[in-house]
Unconditional design. Structure first.
Length: 617
């Protein structure tokens, strides 16, 4: 099992009194007079910086990947009737003031740690180690850009600074004119400072290729959402003036972004995995092959018969990911952040049908128990042609594919469709009788390797270690086609799925992104950038989300249809532009709109923003 050991280490600089507002204390007694003293010191800081992604994962419902997935039309909040948090996210509402407090906190911890490295990089002599210096600095720039990108896509105009420490006060900055040029500059710096092959692929570090991919992702969101550019391939996009910093030279052009994408595709050392199914852990050898008494997973028997199994964590298509290891506990600073809890949250709903039958054992093999959140919206299944092999590679039709799937007595917003890419997976050797011991296929692997159980004492909840893939080559190839209007890269992605080539059109590339990247947390911000800011109730994003209204769901064993909890998805999207509520405690801290102002659609006088309980269908 691949591991990245993340250490909670000291930050480099003390923040000003603004730290309480930003919630980003560095927790240190080290100071710039004695730290850092070596590259090893900065590598420890870098490990702590990557560890912030695991801190996000301590509460997956505050992580950018799961929140963006549930907010999209790919998914329902689902879970149980009492899972108001996931329902609120899915309805673009809130159910409590601190719904996103940890996300806010972790965003600024990440920014502070990245900036600390950037401003401490030359605290000692790098003679003879210049390449190491540039790689480390490039990774810090990448991570700062990433945290600002996540923060600005969540909340829009946010407090922002680009110095060693936050000023006091630290007011909101305008995302369009100030924050995004800095985000793009950080990714440009990262791409220019790092070199291909400087780190081992899949070792948890950012790479030059990842920086080039995220530069395009941020650039396309900026041009589509803020500049309302429409079809990027044909749009006349103005150059973006970037702030001065190491690795940046002059404004950023559309052609430069395309060149970066071409470099990542051609020189990054990545390639498409041979079969789309091999990207997902249900094709692992233990699950696919079965044992003497239990057949393997029938859907991938053709792969198993050829000796082809899961490409694994850090595979040749992954470009950036969150990594996990066998070190989770229910207490501590990061605790269960070392475990891929998203798999637990998206597993089959774990209570029973009232007659004693529960999901998750041999009756639903190889799909394991979990909280049943983030179920696939029925529209995604209905809209997607059966002729596309990626449909059944992505979506579990539990009623059709499992021996006996049950809708439980507490299920909500469950159409019987689950996200195969992100859910708990078992194997023939799982210990069905004791979910505390080697229940998941990862648990079996851990036990066979003689590793101590460090999963919180429960395999069902804690043995989940598949990478949370945040960027893969197929996404980069599709971005290249979308920017250039050239279908070549898009058709390579289609060919991997066994599909015939097609011509470029804006609708074709939109469709291709929807199917190739379905249920990976990408769709929501694609819809936003295709719609442009202030698009109103009739824009593409609002109308796509509104189609959830009337989609079929099961609620406590009764079939019904989805409805919004207050107004409509279109109204909520139009009111908020897809931005989240800034934590109200942060707004109250200053009580000054010149420093921090709540986002539109989230004021105390907005009746359709607050969900007091789960919708009853």
């Amino acid at each position: 099992m691949k591991k990245i050991y993340l250490m909670a280490v000291a930050g480099l600089f003390a923040l000003s009194s603004c730290e309480d507002f930003l919630d980003s204390s560095n927790f240190t007694e080290a100071n710039t007079s004695n730290y850092p003293a070596s590259a090893d010191d900065l590598n420890k800081e870098l490990a702590a910086l990557y560890g912030v992604m695991n801190q996000f994962n301590t509460d997956p419902l505050q992580s950018p990947w799961l929140v963006n997935y549930i907010m999209s039309d790919d998914a329902n909040g689902a879970g149980g009737t009492g899972d108001v948090e996931s329902h609120a996210i899915g309805h673009l509402m809130t159910n409590k003031e601190n719904l996103f407090d940890n996300a806010w906190h972790n965003t600024y911890v990440g920014i502070a740690r990245a900036s600390a490295i950037i401003y401490a990089i030359d605290a000692f002599d790098w003679t003879g180690q210049e390449a190491t210096r540039n790689q480390l600095l490039g990774e810090a720039y990448f991570m700062r850009g990433l945290f600002y990108l996540w923060g600005s896509q969540f909340w829009g105009n946010i407090p922002a600074y680009w110095a060693a420490a936050a000023p006091d006060p630290c007011p909101q900055q305008d995302a369009e004119t100030v924050i995004y040029p800095h985000i793009l500059a950080d990714f440009v710096s990262a791409a220019n400072l790092m070199t291909h092959g400087a780190t081992t692929r899949g070792d948890g570090h950012a790479t030059k290729g990842a920086a080039e991919g995220y530069l395009a992702r941020a650039y396309m969101f900026y041009q589509g959402f803020y500049k309302k550019a429409g079809e990027l391939a044909t749009a006349n996009l103005a150059d973006v003036e970037l702030p001065e910093q190491e690795g940046v030279s002059g404004p950023l052009t559309k052609q430069q972004v395309i060149d970066y994408l071409n470099d990542a595709i051609n020189n990054g050392g990545y390639k498409l995995v041979e079969d789309y199914r091999l990207l997902w852990q249900y094709t692992n050898e233990r699950t696919a092959k079965g044992n003497d008494t239990t057949p393997g997973y029938a859907y991938v028997k053709d792969l198993a018969d050829k000796g082809k199994f899961w490409a694994g964590n850090g595979n040749e298509e992954e470009m950036f990911q969150v990594q996990f290891m066998n070190a989770g506990q229910w207490s501590g600073n990061i605790g269960m952040g070392f475990i891929n809890q998203t798999e637990l949250y998206l597993g089959l709903r774990c209570d029973d049908d009232g007659a004693g039958t529960a999901n998750g054992d041999l009756n639903t093999y190889p799909f394991g128990q979990g909280w049943g959140q983030g179920t696939i919206n029925a529209n995604l299944w209905d809209d997607w042609s059966d002729a596309d092999p990626r449909k059944k590679a992505t979506i579990l039709d539990a009623q059709a594919e499992c021996d006996k799937f049950v809708f439980t007595t507490s299920c909500s917003e469950d159409a019987g469709y689950y996200n195969k890419k992100w859910m708990a997976i078992t194997c023939a050797d799982s210990n069905w009788g004791d979910h505390n011991d080697a229940y998941t296929w990862w648990g079996v692997l851990r036990k066979e390797a003689g590793q101590e159980n460090s999963n919180g004492g429960n395999s069902f909840q804690g043995d989940h270690f598949a990478d949370m893939v945040l960027l893969r080559l197929a996404d980069v190839m599709l971005m290249q086609s979308e920017l250039t209007g050239d279908a070549t890269q898009m058709n390579k992605v289609r060919a991997r799925a066994g599909l015939n080539p097609t011509t470029y059109s804006w609708q074709n590339i939109k469709n291709e992104r929807r199917w190739e990247l379905a249920a990976e947390g990408i769709r929501f911000n694609d819809l936003r950038r295709w719609s442009g800011i202030d698009g109103g109730e009739n824009c593409e994003a609002a109308q796509a989300l509104e189609r959830q209204n009337g989609s079929r769901v099961n609620y406590t064993q009764k079939w019904t249809t989805m409805k919004h909890a207050a107004s409509s998805w279109a109204k909520r999207y139009a009111a908020t532009n897809g931005f989240l509520q800034i934590p109200p405690a942060q707004v109250r801290y200053f009580n000054d709109e010149n420093v921090l102002k709540q986002n539109p659609g989230w004021g105390t006088d907005v009746a359709d923003a607050n969900m007091s309980g789960t919708p009853v269908y």
